[in-house]
Design a protein around this ligand. Sequence first.
Ligand SMILES: [Zn+2]
Ligand SMILES: [Zn+2]
Length: 255
Amino acid sequence: MWGDLCKRVGRGWDLRPPRRCLLCCAWARQALCEACLRLHGDGHVPGARPRCPGCGLRLALGVSRCAGCEREPPAHGRVQVAVDYAHPWDRVMLEFKFGARPEHAAALALLMAQGVRQQAAAEPDQAALPTRLVPVPLSRERLAQRGYNQAWELTRQLARQLGVNARADALTRPVHLAGQAEQDRPTRLKRLRGVFQVSASGRAWVAGHRLGLVDDVLTTGATAAEAARTLMAAGAAEVQVWAFARTPAPEEGPS
Ligand SMILES: [Zn+2]
Ligand SMILES: [Zn+2]
């Protein structure tokens, strides 16, 4: 009997204890059940329009970039987004960020990793996938307040799922800014200028490498753009922006 069991384990029996799916509470082997992964993965949502590679917004039919990115192409590489910031993810994101639930990262990273793999499979040049991940850092004040950096929680999970490297201390945020929720992108960009810094120990790790900059939500994309600019100024070969959710444009509903 034991020999039989060992043979089955050897054939890839999944011995992880079952848990509840974050979204639908079904028993699952991982933080999101297979059905929710299929249902919510960006590539699977029926009728979903593709996203702009420069900012993650949904595109009008027949265009390859949004008007904003056409006018002012971003300096960073591709933006990869898993979902729209809308139901049911808005509730999950609030808990993740403000409700002391860092463990939600496991489920969110499953969808992000799925999107990254789909994108990599769609691109003939597989080498384009970054192999080093950096989270958008919080200021010391914000970190003390929240107790964890939600972007680092996502980064750690992604690094494990994709089998790539990650460092929390390569990029730092020495400057603390009070809330900027109501500001538009140009105002945010101006205020954010210079708030990030590549650490002395992070410099060699960043220089010459293709990086994935990880964040939880892109609202205007200004924070990620400034963080990416800082990494590129320190010699990064390319910085892709990987965010779990993207706030849709005002005239655009989730699709
Ligand atoms: Zn589920
Ligand atoms: Zn765009």
